[in-house]
Every structure is written in structure tokens, then in C-alpha cells.
Design a protein around this ligand. Structure first.
Ligand SMILES: NC(=O)c1ccc[n+]([C@@H]2O[C@H](COP(=O)([O-])OP(=O)(O)OC[C@H]3O[C@@H](n4cnc5c(N)ncnc54)[C@H](O)[C@@H]3O)[C@@H](O)[C@H]2O)c1
Length: 294
């Protein structure tokens, strides 16, 4: 049966989706990721022949978004709202979608342990890091972290799941992956490295040393306003495209992504879709802060 989204009045994924390889596992299939990282990847596949595909995962919350995505062959609509017109594209780069509590943690860990996985990226909101924003350090007394440390093979938190996936890759003799935070926090890569290495040290010192040696945590600066989706947003998208898409999102036309170019197992050529690959994101964060304060 023809997927209803492929009849949308929108830019459609006219690349061969069967050729996409899920080399990125993304934790946090929320509104922002759909309109930000998903669009960069879709541009690369559509205009530059990229075969980088995604496995989308929600760990906590967002069951409906994963369900809706699966129902429509992992396609979803992104509408850009400008003052005079809305334009839409159907994003086709998602190969697989999983929810830890619906599909089971084992299926998530298996996806993260596929040999070709090069990057695990995250948009899980600040609280997903289980850290103290004041110090940037993991809160070992956070009840969810404490529970994961009691039972590290069955974690629920993002730090716990990332560390267990890396432990399994190490045990299987597989290469590590890059861990890339795309949450809106200063020096998000440092925060992620702090929580992952602190959690790993509490589980197994040798594993922590392996992670420190083999995993990188590039910081990123992300920007694009993606309002929370309401029924009115979905009505508006349907009005433009002619198709009801419960996984659709609408966003501002502007998008920005500055990424520290420090990847252990390769990365898509995001610069071809307008991202800036840099040695250090801190000057960009400082510039943005000065502009906001100004
Ligand atoms: N929406 C925007 O305009 C915008 C702009 C820039 C950056 N961001 C960043 O994107 C991130 C996500 O925002 P959004 O708009 O997609 O929100 P959202 O509510 O649409 O999605 C939140 C996502 O986080 C996951 N999540 C929530 N709590 C979690 C936890 N404790 N552990 C693991 N996963 C958890 C959910 O499963 C969901 O996938 C935020 O950190 C925000 O800083 C958003």
C-alpha cells in the first residue's frame, strides 16, 4: 500500500531509502530533533547522496511519537513557517524506531551494538543527564541513577543505557561510537562526558578507562525554534500538505548547528547541509550569549 505521506504536497524523499544504513542511534525523538538533525540528514540524503540513516529511540516518555512514526513507515513531515508561506518536507532518513519500554531495552541495546553504529546522539532535555547543572557532575544520589547502578545491565537512564551499550561493544570486541549531545546546554559534550565517565567508574573502572580512551563527546551548539506540537499545528500542516501526520512538526526557517569535529568512527558531511564543523564550540556559545544579552 502506498504510504499516505508519499502523497503529501511537500518535498518528498526521492532518494533510495533502502540504501540508508542506520549508523546513528538517536536518543530523544522529540520535536526538536525531528526539525533539526532530521532535516540536516534529509538534505544530505536528498542532495548529496548520503546513506547515513537513523535508528530513533525514546527511553522515557514519547511512546506515542514512536508509535506514530512506525505506523507510517518511519516518515514524518517538517513544516517551515515563514511570515508569508509555510513549506513542508517529508523526512525519510529514519530506518527504525524503538521505545525502550514498549519494544524492550534489549532491542535498544541491540540497535546500539550493531557494528556499523558510529554515533549515538541525544536530545533528551537537561534532566535526562541526571547531573547537577551547577557543577556539571553526575548526581550519584539521583534515584534513577542509583537504581541503574544497582542493576547496570538493565538501565533506564540515558547515561546508564549509553554505558551498558559501550560495555557490550567492548565485550564483543567492537569499536566504540561517538556520543554527541544536541541538548541546549553550554558545553553539552563535557556534561555528557562527565556523566558517562562518572557512571562508568561506578560500574567498572576498566570500562571507564576504555571509554575515556575510545569515546569522544563533541559539544554542539544547536538553534532552531520548534514549538511544542499542538492539534492546531497538525491542522495547519494538513492544510498545506493535504495529509494528516501525527508525527509532524513545524519550525522557524532559521537553523544553526555548530559541531566540534571530533568523531571516532566517522560522521555525515553535515557541512554540506549548512552545519559548521569547528575545533571548539565555546567561542560560538559565547558569541550567541553576547548577542542574546545585547
Ligand atoms: N524545541 C526547541 O525549540 C529547541 C530548540 C533548541 C534546542 N532544543 C533542545 O532540544 C531538547 C528537546 O526538546 P524538544 O523540543 O524536542 O522536547 P520534546 O518534549 O518534544 O522531546 C523531549 C525528548 O526527550 C526525551 N526525554 C525526556 N525526558 C527524558 C529523560 N529523563 N531521559 C531520557 N529521555 C528523555 C523524550 O523521550 C523526548 O524524546 C531540549 O533539551 C532543548 O534544549 C529545543
Amino acid at each position: 500500500m502506498q504510504n499516505k505521506l508519499l502523497a503529501a504536497k511537500a518535498a518528498l524523499p526521492d532518494y533510495d531509502r533502502t540504501k540508508l544504513v542506520p549508523r546513528i542511534v538517536h536518543l530523544g525523538f522529540g520535536a526538536f530533533h525531528r526539525a533539526h538533525q532530521g532535516v540536516y540528514a534529509d538534505i544530505l540524503a536528498a542532495d548529496h547522496g548520503s546513506d547515513w540513516g537513523y535508528c530513533e529511540v525514546n527511553l522515557i516518555g514519547g511512546e506515542q511519537q514512536i508509535f506514530d512514526l512506525k505506523q507510517q513507515d518511519n516518515l514524518y513531515t517538517v513544516a517551515e513557517m515563514s511570515a508569508d508561506a509555510w513549506t513542508a518536507r517529508v523526512v525519510g532518513v529514519v530506518k527504525n524506531a524503538l521505545h525502550a519500554q514498549v519494544d524492550g531495552l534489549e532491542s535498544v541495546l541491540a540497535a546500539m551494538c550493531e557494528p556499523q553504529v558510529a554515533i549515538v546522539s541525544l536530545t533528551i532535555t537537561e534532566k535526562g543527564y541526571c547531573h547537577s547543572p551547577a557543577t556539571g557532575q553526575l548526581m550519584l544520589d539521583n534515584p534513577m541513577i542509583a537504581a541503574d547502578l544497582q542493576n547496570p545491565k538493565q538501565p533506564k537512564t540515558a547515561p546508564g543505557v549509553v554505558v551498558e551499550a559501550l560495555a557490550r561493544r567492548k565485550a564483543a570486541g567492537l569499536a566504540a561510537f561517538t556520543v554527541m549531545s544536541c541538548d541546549n546546554m553550554p558545553e553539552n559534550g563535557h556534561v555528557m562526558r562527565n556523566v558517562v565517565t562518572a557512571y562508568a567508574r561506578a560500574v567498572d573502572e576498566e570500562l571507564a578507562a576504555w571509554i575515556e580512551q575510545h569515546v569522544t563527546f563533541p559539544s554542539t551548539m544547536v538553534d532552531r525554534i520548534v514549538p511544542a506540537v499542538t492539534p492546531e499545528t497538525l491542522d495547519k500542516i494538513e492544510h498545506i500538505t493535504g495529509v494528516r501526520d501525527p508525527a509532524g512538526v513545524a519550525c522557524e526557517p532559521f537553523r544553526q548547528w555548530v559541531i566540534e569535529d571530533n568523531f571516532v568512527a566517522g560522521r555525515p558531511e553535515w557541512e554540506k547541509a549548512g552545519a559548521e564543523l569547528v575545533a571548539d564550540v565555546i567561542p560560538f556559545e559565547e558569541m550567541k550569549l553576547r548577542m542574546l544579552n545585547g
